[in-house]
Write a protein that binds this ligand. Structure first.
Ligand code: PGA
Length: 245
């Protein structure tokens, strides 16, 4: 049985004291979280405190990063500013709210791949695009920024239909399977079998303890990118309890 990854995207839900509070609760029940593949994505400003308070060896990531590594970029955060395991790029909230297009996301992906961190590239269609039968062409365009050669690097593609994020409207397993198969086939046309072994597929969008068990039934899913339910300790605990490995 493969090990399912849980990527906890705290977005901007938790300030420093709430982040530490969640970590304290997690430490108090650490047996549950040991030997699970969990990556926590705090706000940039809370990463240091989360790292300092964690009593167990969970992975920590960044929710986004700048395209630059260093320099006069007021208010931004570099991928190399702190030691982290992975970095999300192309989240739909960055694409839509901050108007990040494929060109910027490609540069961010490049910045992550040039660092030690593993990238998680988020892709997915809006409801309008879905209704206009544009899902596959949107996915193709969002995947078009992938490098020709992964050079042995790990990559995660997180399929997150925008209409499923924060809405409680989770697609059927059949729909997710169909989309992940499509994505996998695109990746197969780009990469060698060796590269494909380093690529994981995640699903994200309204995942919680009530639907996780059913979603794990989608064979192509290697992990989940979870937003609001991951930023609440009780809900997060209920999710992690369902992991067999
Ligand atoms: P959600 O967010 O779990 O709150 O729907 C998922 C995401 O945006 O990654």
């Amino acid at each position: 049985m493969k090990q399912i990854t849980i990527a906890a995207n705290w977005k901007m839900y938790l300030d420093e004291s709430s982040s530490v509070d969640l970590i304290d609760k997690l430490n108090a029940e650490k047996e549950l979280f040991l030997n699970k593949d969990i990556i926590i994505f705090p706000s940039h400003t809370c990463i240091r405190s989360v790292k300092d308070h964690l009593d167990i060896d969970l992975k920590i990531g960044m929710q986004d990063c700048d395209i630059h590594n260093k320099g006069a970029f007021t208010g931004s955060s570099s991928i190399s500013s702190i030691d982290i395991h992975s970095c999300i790029v192309g989240h739909s909230e960055r694409r839509i709210i901050y108007k990040e297009g494929n060109d910027v996301i490609a540069e961010k992906l490049g910045a992550v791949l040039a660092s030690k961190a593993d990238p998680i590239l988020c892709i997915g269609e809006t409801l309008e695009e879905k209704n206009d039968n544009l899902t596959e062409s949107i996915i193709n365009s969002q995947l078009s920024i992938l490098p020709k050669d992964l050079k042995g690097r790990n990559l995660t593609v997180a399929y997150e239909p925008v209409w499923a994020i924060g809405s409680g409207d989770v697609p059927s397993n059949e729909y997710i399977h169909q989309m992940l198969s499509y994505i996998k086939n695109r990746l197969k046309s780009l990469y060698s079998d060796t590269d494909l072994e380093n690529i994981k597929l995640f699903y994200g969008g309204s995942v919680d303890a009530d639907n996780l068990n059913n979603l794990i039934g989608v064979e192509l899913i290697d992990g989940f990118l979870i937003g609001s339910a991951s930023a609440n300790f009780e809900k997060f605990k209920d999710i992690v309890k369902q992991l067999k490995l």
